[in-house]
Design a protein around this ligand. Structure first.
Ligand code: NAP
Length: 284
């Protein structure tokens, strides 16, 4: 099939999607749009995109992926839907879903749009971090599927399944509530763990001398893009505050148990939390 596929935001996620689309539709044109000159030039040099373009050109698009940070998705999406033709499929990959679905809920071209969140990524950003296979065997959550035209939805499902993604459905409210715990809280706690250790160990050399693989794996997410994550924390503020309050409560209670020498209770709590091994084994 020969299509015009636009990727708005040609970074880690947009670039990885572009690579998969090239494999699925080798005769199609992959066209990039990005506010970063550096990123779009890099994506072109790397052969991730065939052409650079701008938003005023998107009316001939068959498929548009919107993979910019979430506040930019909220700002751009109404304008993108204003410009699409009646057959275009517009997909977003933003990490929050409520405000995105809300901003276009009454748009006349709402049915051209599919709200999704691939649970796939790394701590790295930009087109140089993009790679093939990023989405294989990963979940993709689709929100408000009944608001998308059936034939557009079927095209999207075929694409996701060809990329070996596991599709599930949620409403945007539940998505934002649950993702706050399993993704946004992990990023926040990793950033704050990194900050706590760096505040204490002003001499970076000491950190690197003593840091083991446990430290490295728990602060891995603190390498993630500050701009992208600040957007997410702002957009999902209420749910993140709730998850953070629950987490702080657990930290306070373990601090109290340590102060009170109640190590038997601590051991019991650690043992019951070990059940996470079984849960994660079920997921992977
Ligand atoms: P990324 O690597 O930083 O790429 C985003 C690209 O979009 C950058 O080149 C950025 O330019 C550009 N951009 C920002 N605002 C723009 C605008 N208004 N117009 C055009 N281009 C703009 O980010 P990513 O990791 O691919 O994330 C993209 C989206 O996927 C986000 O919504 C994120 O929430 C979602 N997501 C991310 C992950 C993950 O693990 N990374 C997983 C699932 C979903 P600048 O660099 O100049 O800002």
């Amino acid at each position: 099939m020969k299509m015009k596929i636009y990727i708005i935001g040609i970074g880690l996620i947009g670039g990885s999607f572009a690579m998969e689309m090239r494999k699925l539709f080798p005769n199609s044109a992959i066209i990039g749009i990005d506010k970063s000159e550096n990123n779009i030039n890099k994506a072109y040099e790397l052969g991730i995109i065939d052409k650079k373009s701008c938003l005023s050109e998107i009316s001939d698009a068959d498929i548009i992926l919107v993979s910019v940070p979430v506040k930019s998705i909220i700002n751009l999406l109404p304008n993108i839907l204003d410009k699409v033709n009646k057959n275009s499929l517009v997909i977003d990959f933003g990490s929050t879903k409520n405000s995105i679905c809300d901003v276009i809920k009454d748009h006349p071209n709402r049915e051209n749009f599919l709200a999704t969140h691939p649970i796939a990524g790394t701590e790295f950003s930009g087109p140089t971090a993009a790679h093939k296979g990023l989405f294989a065997n990963k979940n993709i959550i689709i929100c408000d599927k009944h608001r998308t035209n059936q034939s557009r939805l079927e095209i999207a499902l075929k694409i996701f399944k060809s990329m070996k993604m596991k599709v599930s459905y949620m409403n945007p409210d539940s998505h934002d509530k649950h993702i706050a715990y399993v993704s946004h809280l992990s990023h926040l706690s990793s950033f704050m763990l990194g900050k706590t250790v760096m505040d204490e160990e002003k001499n970076e050399k000491n950190i690197f001398d003593m840091a083991g693989s446990g430290f490295e794996s728990t602060v891995r997410l603190a390498k993630s893009s500050p701009e992208m994550w600040t957007d997410i924390f702002e957009d999902n503020k209420e749910n993140i505050i709730k998850s953070l309050d629950d987490y702080i409560e657990n930290l306070i209670q373990i601090n109290n148990l340590i102060k009170d020498d109640r190590f038997n209770e601590i051991e019991l709590q650690l043992k019951s939390t070990n059940y996470i091994k079984t849960i994660l084994k079920g997921i992977n």
